[in-house]
Design a protein around this ligand. Structure first.
Ligand code: ZN
Length: 481
């Protein structure tokens, strides 16, 4: 890259406007052919840019597939752009581009869970009825639980949540020392719920991905400390995604326990009714408030106003509800066994993905949280037969180089090689899919100092993604000089 430093004439102006950059055709080509990879990169394979003509992005918005009245913006956009494909009611194929985004979201969640000491596990989805009968929830869960029989006529369910399983796992370990606590075990797995009326695409499906974490502590004080640290981690996840969120007092439902919060994204299509105090910010799910109550119980002066939200996270302080039943014991410092205090914490992974699209996008174009955009950069070569056609190789080289020599953009580049289409048409598609950065190689690339058009307006940025934005744009400029 050093070769280009003396060609630097331009600083990067605001990303919200279209900008032209100068690049030397000669030295650019020199760069992409002769860039020596660093030693650490030698062992890694070259990742070619993803070609739009080859991407498995089927358009699914045909008559009758929109889901009728039960559709919403995110479902429509995800079907239209080929991110998902409908299967049985409430079930979807997650297609390659959507899966990239989901895996980024999982990595982000992993980071925040590791930061508070979480350890990732993976528990069986097939759960024995015995466990659920022991906790009394086999009956309680009702019709929402998928139940099945094995060949020996033993009853099972497809796990909608894993309090029983994880508590039994803990209880099966004898003599766990107090020194091992708090223990925070979590998983990101497929969960099942037999919704009566699946709707809104990934927002209310019958199969979905959830991150569920379970905590074991030595006493109530320690358990509440863990509870608050998980809530803080959840807040950081939503902040880093650039989402507006609210933490509300919630009912404990069939999970149980004594303290519970929901994390809600305010949205018109939200199915949860919330009450928010205009004075102190206290918020609650309407289920937890006495009917007719309009005065805030927290500050005593504010008025509660209604709003709607999409529930994306739920936390519970369980106390010893499960650990008592399953004899989940640890050994205290005094060498005496004691029952562990528990908490459980859920995040709807596929729901966060769809809800981000729901609340950030416009009616006709997806806006991603910058951190989980499926690809960061889209490069548009000139139209076939146009004057600029001869600089097509420049676009190929640029896409190849961006996606391999820069750590933050490794494997993150798409080349829209549908060159029979005009730039304008492809730019429109790029906008619908919401690539954060689009680089257009058009007529100006023919000049002695070639100009690339750089469009960076199709993404939601906030203070938390600005660091990444700056980093990426610095790198883009470094290559294009
Ligand atoms: Zn208040």
């Amino acid at each position: 890259m050093e070769v280009f430093m003396h060609h630097c004439h331009h600083k990067l102006p605001s990303l919200l406007s279209r900008t032209l950059f100068k690049a030397s055709k000669k030295s650019y080509i020199y760069c992409t052919i002769h860039t020596s990879p660093s030693v650490s990169a030698v062992s890694k394979p070259v990742i070619p840019p993803a070609l739009v003509s080859r991407l498995f992005l089927p358009s699914n918005l045909r008559e009758g597939q929109e889901g009728g009245d039960l559709t919403c913006r995110s479902q429509r956009l995800m079907l239209q752009t080929g991110l998902i494909h409908p299967s049985n009611p409430g079930c979807f194929y997650y297609l390659p581009v959507a899966l990239r985004s989901m895996e980024k979201l999982v990595r982000l969640i992993d980071e925040e869970m590791w930061a508070i000491g979480g350890q990732k596990v993976d528990m069986p989805a097939l759960c024995s009825a015995e466990l659920w009968k022991k906790s009394g929830r086999w009956e309680l869960m009702g019709k929402e639980m998928f139940r099945l029989l094995d060949r020996h006529n033993a009853e099972y369910c497809l796990g909608p949540t894993h309090e029983e399983a994880v508590t039994e796992l803990f209880a099966s370990q004898t003599m766990i020392s107090y020194k091992k606590l708090p223990l925070l075990l979590y998983q990101v797995t497929r969960k099942f719920r037999d919704e009566q009326k699946p709707k809104f695409g990934l927002l209310r499906g019958r199969e979905f991905y959830m991150k569920d974490m379970y905590s074991f502590d030595i006493n109530e004080e320690a358990a509440l400390h863990t509870y608050h640290s998980v809530c803080q981690a959840y807040g950081r996840i939503f902040d880093r995604l650039g989402l507006k969120w609210v933490q509300v007092q919630a009912a404990t439902g069939n999970i149980g326990g004594t303290l519970s919060h929901e994390f809600q994204l305010p949205a018109d299509i939200g199915e949860d009714q919330l009450l928010v105090c205009g004075n102190c910010g206290f918020s609650a799910n309407i289920e937890t408030i006495d009917p007719g109550q309009t005065e805030c119980s927290m500050c005593q002066t504010g008025t509660l106003t209604e709003s709607k939200g999409i529930e994306v996270g739920h936390t519970f302080y369980l106390g010893t509800k499960y650990s008592e039943t399953f004899k989940a014991l640890f050994v205290k410092a005094s060498n005496v066994p004691a029952v562990a205090e528990m908490g459980c914490f859920g995040l709807g992974v596929t729901r966060i993905l769809a809800a981000s699209i729901e609340v950030m996008s416009s009616e006709d174009a997806i806006h991603w949280p910058g951190l989980i955009a499926p690809y960061q950069v889209c490069v548009l070569p000139p139209k076939k037969g146009s004057k600029a056609h001869e600089v097509t190789s420049m676009a190929d080289e640029l896409a190849q180089s961006l996606g391999n020599s820069l750590p933050n953009l490794r494997g993150e580049v798409v080349l829209d090689d549908r060159m029979q289409m005009t730039i304008g048409k492809r730019l429109k598609d790029a906008k619908i899919l919401g690539y954060p950065y689009v680089v257009v190689i058009g007529q100006k690339a023919l000049e002695d100092l070639p100009l690339f058009e750089y469009v960076g307006e199709f993404c939601h940025f906030n203070s938390h993604t600005n660091g990444i934005r700056t980093c990426l744009s610095d790198q883009l400029v470094a290559v294009m000089r």
